[in-house]
Design a protein around this ligand. Structure first.
Ligand SMILES: C[S@@+](CC[C@H](N)C(=O)[O-])C[C@H]1O[C@@H](n2cnc3c(N)ncnc32)[C@H](O)[C@@H]1O
Length: 278
């Protein structure tokens, strides 16, 4: 089943959290290190979304996400870094385009680095292909990212960020995500992995957070609810980061109070960050 289309959700609160984490990890990994890095994205999405396009305009999810940070002059520094990357794909001061995870990586990584992207949906893979066409750093495959990951680890560069961002439209995505992390950490133990997941008011999903915490890896878990947890639909989101940069937790703690004020509804619980496996 491939009914999920990321363009409906581009720039929403979950993208803000996920892409903030992505920016901070990538900036850390390339700040001093001249050695090439590989960015692997198992569920890449369409690449870039036009916020006035028919998908994004339908739900206007960006209005309660990136749009609330756009034009603000009091952002904490790490959050400003993320907004600067979003600015880099907008030619004017108007927020017209939103970069997906591959476009964020492409904006941060220099010519020595490589991007390896997987996207299964034919339309999104085609949009991604058009966006990536002239970028020689990018290799794109229309393939199942969970399956493909096994064959490409460890990467030749021996340094990588692996983004795992499934739509969870099928329940098996939860098991596949955990299996992919376990497999990845076995074949390429020094890689940095970032797994995104939704916060839903469902027992099986809080069981998912518990399963992640039990993995025998060094990790950082961040959960950011934007609505009270009781209720239908996505209440917020979380990321589980394996081998996180040592700076990441502090940078997130700097941003989360601001994000809570800007994006969360009243009654939403506070964010949490938690290190495991140290
Ligand atoms: C949440 S979206 C990705 C968003 C993107 N990572 C970003 O942050 O901009 C998930 C994407 O995974 C694609 N997809 C679903 N199952 C997949 C699979 N097994 N392998 C690769 N792509 C898949 C969907 O078509 C969708 O575009």
């Amino acid at each position: 089943m491939l009914s999920y289309r990321h363009a409906f959700h581009a720039g929403n609160h979950a993208d803000v959290l996920k892409h903030l984490v992505e920016v901070l990890i990538l900036q850390y990994l390339v700040q001093k290190e001249v050695k090439p890095l590989r960015y692997i994205d198992t569920h890449a999405g369409p690449g870039i979304s036009r916020l006035q396009g028919s998908f994004s305009i339908k739900n206007r999810e960006f209005a309660s996400g990136i749009a609330r940070l756009w034009g603000r002059s009091d952002l904490p520094t790490p959050l400003q870094h993320y907004v600067n990357v979003v600015r880099s794909v907008n030619a004017s001061s108007e927020l017209l385009f939103y970069p997906g995870s591959p476009a964020i990586a492409a904006a941060i990584l220099g010519p020595a680095h490589r991007l390896q992207l997987f996207e299964l949906h034919p339309t999104d893979a085609s949009s991604l292909g058009k966006w990536a066409a002239r970028d020689r750093r990018i290799k794109l495959q229309r393939a199942d990212g969970f399956v493909a990951l096994k064959a490409i680890l460890p990467p030749p560069e021996k340094r990588a960020l692996v983004m795992i961002d499934p739509p969870y439209e099928v329940k098996t995505d939860y098991d596949c995500a955990i299996s992919a992390l376990k497999m990845g950490c076995k074949k390429f133990a020094t890689g940095v992995y970032a797994l995104w997941y939704p916060l839903l008011d469902r027992k099986d999903v809080s069981a998912f957070s518990r399963r992640l915490k039990l993995l025998p890896v060094k990790s950082l878990m961040v959960e950011f609810p934007v609505q009270p947890l009781a209720g239908e639909g996505m209440r917020g989101s979380g990321l589980f980061i394996v081998n996180p940069p040592w700076t990441l937790q502090q940078q997130l703690e700097e941003c989360l109070p601001y994000l809570h004020t800007a994006l969360a509804e009243s009654g939403a619980p506070l964010w949490t960050t938690r290190r495991c496996g140290d």
